[in-house]
Design a protein around this ligand. Structure first.
Ligand code: NAI
Length: 336
């Protein structure tokens, strides 16, 4: 199948080419650098499938343009699909596929890296030691053992975080409208969202972004949290209301913030903007707090995850070509 692969970096091309040629050349992949949006949709050319990433915009108008060009499949090379208008895709008869669980460990381990770094202030200690400042004042941490962690969304990634944190000796609470038996098997306990927020020393978000979870962490939720709570978001930026979180940091209700995702990240992440002036004042404000640690959507970025993403994406396309349905279709009625 001819596939227009949008928004590619050298690593995307490397891993997708390897997966595509593993058992002999399968698909005709056209790698494009631009992000997919209204101004670039025409670049799909003669392709019957397009491959897109988290910050490509697939609203109704873009999908309509793709359809007019002959696109029948949108193969997402990511797990989340909040950037696709699924209703429009269905109306237009465009199938949507994703990579549901390429490496839960990759994201879970990065989540734990943020927790450990924030707690022991590794980001500050690293800079200090390089400057010849060996003072400890300001670097005080706490033992994770015996602390309570609240996991919002206990699917593949949330479950993996639960397992690691149980290993640290944490008490693990979870909230999920679809309880996962494997979670309780770890000795973790399901509670309501309010109880999770009020009991947890660390709150970490692993649910998908849906209308139900948009800004699930807002001023009301923050008010319910323990003073000094650590909040981690490696899910999707819009799970938290950034301005409310900034207020929570200023009032010290939030004692630590670790982010791998940001609501307006599509204007920032995945590019080297080090020589430019950041125009996003909320993001710039977040960077001023000593107790905020931000990574630029890299939680998924391991060799194993990129291999799995590429192989599943190629499988989705192959199966769509041969059987008319991708291996991992995204259904409109997907539980949210
Ligand atoms: P999953 O589908 O295995 O699990 C999601 C869980 O969230 C499900 O158990 C579901 O029932 C639950 N959920 C749905 N609505 C909820 C609600 N209102 N409150 C609490 N829980 C709710 O997904 P997986 O693989 O664990 O990924 C979770 C999210 O992580 C993805 O949707 C994606 O947005 C994000 N992600 C971030 C990455 C990164 O690099 N930062 C990489 C991969 C995923």
């Amino acid at each position: 199948m001819k596939v227009a692969v949008f928004n590619t970096k050298p690593y995307d091309r490397r891993f997708l080419t390897a997966a595509n040629t593993k058992d002999g050349d399968r698909h005709d992949l056209h790698f494009l650098e631009p992000r997919l949006g209204p101004d670039t949709a025409q670049l799909s050319g003669q392709a019957e499938a397009i491959c897109a990433f988290v910050n490509d915009g697939l609203d109704r108008s873009v999908l309509r343009m793709l359809k007019a060009n002959g696109v029948r499949l949108v193969a997402l090379r990511c797990a989340g699909f909040n950037n696709v208008d699924l209703m429009a895709a269905r109306d237009l008869g465009i199938a949507v596929a994703r990579v549901p669980a390429y490496s839960p460990a990759a994201v879970a381990e990065h989540t734990v890296a943020l927790i450990l770094s924030l707690n022991r202030k590794i980001h500050r200690a690293y800079a200090r030691v390089r400057e010849g400042n060996f003072a400890l004042e300001g670097l005080l941490g706490f033992d994770l053992k015996g602390r309570c962690i609240g996991i919002v969304g206990t699917g593949n990634i949330g479950l993996s975080v639960a397992g690691i944190m149980a290993g640290f000796g944490c008490r693990v609470l979870g909230f999920d409208p679809h309880p996962n038996p494997a979670f309780a098997a770890l000795g973790a306990r399901y509670v309501g969202l309010q109880e999770l927020l009020s009991q947890s020393d660390i709150v970490t978000l692993h649910c998908p972004l849906t209308p139900n979870t948009h800004h699930v962490i807002n001023a009301t939720a923050i008010a319910a949290m323990k003073p000094g709570v650590m909040l981690i978001n490696t899910g999707r930026g819009a799970l938290i209301d950034t301005r409310d979180v900034i207020q929570g940091l200023k009032s010290k209700t939030i004692g630590y913030l670790g982010l791998d995702v940001y609501e307006e990240e599509s204007e920032l992440f995945f590019e080297n903007l080090s020589g430019q002036i950041i125009q996003d004042d909320d993001f710039a404000r977040l960077l001023t707090f000593p107790n905020v640690l931000i990574t630029a959507h890299q939680a998924f970025f391991t060799q194993e995850a990129l291999t799995a993403i590429a192989e599943t994406t190629i499988r989705n396309i192959s199966q769509f070509e041969s059987a008319g349905e991708a291996a991992h279709p995204v259904a409109l009625e997907w539980r949210g």
